[in-house]
Design a protein around this ligand. Structure first.
Ligand SMILES: [Zn+2]
Length: 181
């Protein structure tokens, strides 16, 4: 579900996981997750900050950040739908109105990012194994083929029709190993 622009680095993930409470909201990865869920970055972050500061009803939040109540509600329900927020409903004995007290589910954010971390680790491991098990050939434009593919095309790039040259992938292997550490 976490679909961010550009590759996620293990470092970003570790950094996000090491933060607690409102501090975690400064993390790119957390912001991207929230944006992904709500389509609204700025207001969402402000709303979540309110929740973390114990302003937990939609009215309180609306007043605090001067945002229309229906927008606040819409974002809260989007967070709820993704499991990133929960609410409790209680009835005011005098007015008989229902009040919704909201909670930001920090654990769910951590869980989502942890899963992403594990998926990311697996992908790096797989790439590393693939790089170590294969030889690569590339054209001047950067198209890249493994030995089987290159030899199938007689070492001519099928895209650019230029010669495919052996490419030393040891810098890439080093890079992948660094990412895993
Ligand atoms: Zn090419």
């Amino acid at each position: 579900m976490l679909n961010v622009n550009g590759p996620i680095t293990q470092e970003q993930i570790k950094s996000s996981l090491s933060k607690e409470g409102a501090e975690m909201l400064n993390e790119t990865l957390v912001q991207e997750l929230i944006y992904e869920v709500t389509d609204d970055n700025e207001n969402s972050i402000s709303i979540i900050k309110c929740l973390l500061e114990d302003k937990i009803t939609d009215e309180e939040i609306s007043e605090e950040i001067e945002l229309r109540l229906n927008i606040v509600r819409k974002i809260l329900y989007k967070l709820y739908d993704a499991g990133l927020a929960s609410y409790k409903r209680s009835k005011d004995p005098e007015t008989q109105w229902y009040t919704y007290s909201w909670k930001f589910e920090t654990d769910k954010v951590i869980e989502t990012i942890t899963k992403e971390f594990e998926k990311n680790s697996r992908e790096i491991e797989e790439s590393l194994a693939y790089e170590e098990d294969n030889m690569f050939f590339s054209c001047i434009n950067g198209c890249r083929y493994n030995f089987e593919e290159a030899s199938e095309h007689n070492f001519i790039c099928p895209e650019c029709e230029t010669t495919l040259e052996y490419q030393d992938n040891s810098p890439l292997i080093t890079e992948l190993k660094e990412k895993m550490s």
